[in-house]
Design a protein around this ligand. Structure first.
Ligand code: PLP
Length: 478
C-alpha cells in the first residue's frame, strides 16, 4: 500500500495533513459560539438525524465531508461540558492542558499491558501510583492500578477483598477452586446512599444481592455507624461472614462523606476490609481550605476518579491497595505477554495488576496536569468549586421557596422547589429546553433538583441568575 496519508509517518505531507485535520476540527469546535450546554432537541428528531448518517458508504467521503456531516448531526448535540449551564452529574469539563496530554497518548497509542508496549508509559504509571499511595497516606507495601472508572475501581476492590478473605480466613484458593459453599455467607456493608457499582459487582461475583447490606444514613446523609455496627454483630451471631465495608467519600446525590474513622474501628474489630469510595471526594485532598473534610484514615483500598473533580478527560480512574498482596487475584501468566522471567529482569508488565489487558496510558494525564498546575493550581480550582456550593446552599436555604434536607460536604447542592414533585420535574424540563442542564433525583419520596458544581468558570453571579430563573419558572407553574 502506498503512503496515502493513512497513518502518521516521517513524511512531511502526512504531518501537514494531521495538523490540517486537527486545525479544521478545532475550527468547528470554536465556531460553536453560544453558551448553551447543547442545542435543545427532541430525542425522536435527533435519532432520525443520526439514522441518516451513511455509516459505511461504498466509497469513503474523505475527511472534510465527514467532518461536515458530523458537524451538522452530531456536534450540536454533544454536551459542551465546558458550558456554565451544564451541571447535572459528576461529569466535568476538562483542563486545557489535558487535551494536549490526551492527544499525546492517543497519537502514540502505547498500551499498558506489557513493558514492551509502553516502556515510559509503564514507568510513569508506576510512579504515579506510588506517588498517589503516598498522597493518600499508604506505606511502601501499597500499590494500585489505573482503571476505566470508579465502577471498575470499586469492583476491583471488592473482587480482591473477596479472594483474599476466602484464602486467608476460609483457607481456599479461589483462583484454583472457585468460591466454596461458605462463600454464600459473605456480607458487605454500604450506606443506602452509596454507589450502585458494589451491588452490581456482588451480582457479577456470584455473591447475590442478599450479600449487600444497605446501612441507613443519618440526617446528614452519612452512614449511621451504630446501625452499621449492629448489623455486623447481628450477622456474626447468625453465622454469616462480614468481610467488606465501604465508606463513601462524596455521595452521588449530596456529596456527603461517611465517617471512615469510626468505620475503621469496627472493621478492625471484626477484621474486615475497609474501602473508601472517593471517586468524587478524592479531590478534596487538593484544597487547603477543605481537605480536613477528607477522613484520612488507614483504609485498605481507595477509589479515585480523575475524570470527576480533578477535571481530566474520560476515562481516568485509579484504585489503590494498602497491601499489594491483595492484588494477586489479578495475576495470570501468558507466554505471549507477561512471562514470569520478565520480572526477574526488571520488566514490569502492568497486566498483572488489573482486570483489563489492553489499556490506555491514562496516567499521563494525571502526571501532566499535576506537574503543570501543582498543588497550588489544583487548590484554587477545588476550593473555588466548594466555595460556590457553600454559597449556593446558603442562597437557596435562606429562601422559603426552597427545601434543602441536607447540606453536602463537597460541591453538590440538592433541593426541592416548594416540595412539589410535578413542578420540580417541569422546572428541569423547562431549563433543558433553554439548554440549561441540571440533575434530578429523589430523597425520601420527594423529587429533588440537583446542581453539581464542577465548572471553575462559574461565579456567584451565575448562581444568583440560576436561582432567579428557577423561581421564575416555578412561580409560573404554581
Ligand atoms: C461516579 C462514582 C462512581 C462510579 O464511577 P464511574 O467513573 O462513573 O464508573 C462510583 N462511586 C461514586 C461515589 C461516584 O461518584
Amino acid at each position: 500500500m502506498e503512503n496515502d496519508k493513512t497513518i502518521l509517518s516521517e513524511d512531511k505531507c502526512v504531518q501537514d495533513e494531521l495538523r490540517r485535520e486537527i486545525n479544521a476540527t478545532l475550527g468547528v469546535i470554536f465556531s460553536l459560539n453560544d453558551e448553551k450546554a447543547f442545542s435543545p432537541v427532541d430525542p425522536y428528531k435527533l435519532r432520525k438525524k443520526i439514522d441518516e448518517l451513511l455509516f459505511l458508504p461504498e466509497k469513503g467521503l474523505g475527511f472534510d465531508n465527514t467532518l461536515e456531516n458530523i458537524k451538522e448531526s452530531v456536534i450540536p448535540y454533544l454536551i459542551k461540558t465546558w458550558s456554565k449551564e451544564y451541571m447535572p452529574h459528576l461529569h466535568s469539563p476538562v483542563l486545557l492542558e489535558s487535551i494536549a496530554s490526551e492527544l499525546l497518548l492517543t497519537l502514540f497509542n502505547d498500551s499498558m499491558d506489557s513493558w514492551d508496549q509502553g516502556p515510559s508509559a509503564t514507568e510513569v504509571e508506576c510512579k504515579v501510583i506510588d506517588e498517589l499511595c503516598h498522597l493518600f497516606g499508604y506505606g511502601k507495601d501499597s500499590s494500585g492500578s489505573f482503571t476505566s472508572g470508579g465502577s471498575a475501581s470499586n469492583s476491583s476492590s471488592l473482587y480482591a477483598a473477596r479472594d483474599y478473605y476466602i484464602k486467608n480466613k476460609l483457607g481456599v484458593d479461589v483462583k484454583k477452586y472457585g468460591v466454596p459453599d461458605e462463600g454464600k455467607k459473605l456480607r458487605l456493608y454500604v450506606s443506602e446512599l452509596s454507589h450502585f457499582s458494589f451491588e452490581k459487582t456482588a451480582y457479577m461475583l456470584g455473591l447475590g444481592s442478599d450479600s449487600v447490606r444497605k446501612v441507613p444514613s443519618d440526617e446528614n446523609g452519612r452512614m449511621d455507624i451504630s446501625i452499621f455496627k449492629k448489623m455486623v454483630e447481628d450477622d456474626i451471631k447468625d453465622g454469616l461472614l462480614p468481610f467488606f465495608a465501604v465508606a463513601t467519600i462524596g455521595t452521588t446525590d449530596f456529596g456527603s462523606i461517611d465517617d471512615a474513622l469510626l468505620m475503621r474501628e469496627i472493621c478492625d474489630k471484626y477484621d474486615m476490609h475497609l474501602h473508601l469510595d472517593a471517586a468524587y471526594g478524592s479531590a478534596l485532598i487538593m484544597s487547603s481550605k477543605y481537605s480536613k473534610r477528607f477522613p484520612l484514615c488507614i483504609s485498605d483500598s481507595i477509589t479515585i476518579d480523575f475524570h470527576k473533580m480533578f477535571l481530566l478527560p474520560i476515562s481516568c480512574s485509579a484504585v489503590l491497595f494498602r497491601d499489594k498482596e491483595k492484588m494477586n487475584c489479578f495475576t495470570l501468566h501468558a507466554d505471549y505477554l507477561n512471562r514470569e522471567e520478565d520480572e526477574e529482569e526488571g520488566y514490569i508488565n502492568l497486566v498483572d495488576r488489573g482486570a483489563q489487558t489492553t489499556r490506555r496510558f491514562d496516567a499521563l494525564k494525571v502526571l501532566f496536569s499535576f506537574e503543570c498546575r501543582g498543588k497550588d493550581g489544583y487548590d484554587k480550582i477545588v476550593t473555588h468549586l466548594i466555595d460556590n456550593a457553600e454559597f449556593f446552599y446558603l442562597l437557596l436555604s435562606s429562601d422559603d421557596d426552597f427545601y434543602l434536607p441536607l447540606k453536602g460536604d463537597i460541591s453538590i447542592v440538592t433541593f426541592s422547589y416548594k416540595k412539589n414533585n410535578e413542578v420540580n420535574k417541569k422546572i428541569r424540563k423547562t431549563l433543558l429546553n433553554d439548554g440549561i442542564v441540571i440533575g434530578q433525583t429523589t430523597y425520601k419520596g420527594l423529587v429533588m433538583l440537583k446542581v453539581t458544581l464542577l465548572n471553575p468558570n462559574v461565579q456567584k453571579e451565575d448562581l444568583i441568575k440560576l436561582k432567579e430563573r428557577i423561581k421564575q419558572i416555578g412561580s409560573s407553574l404554581c
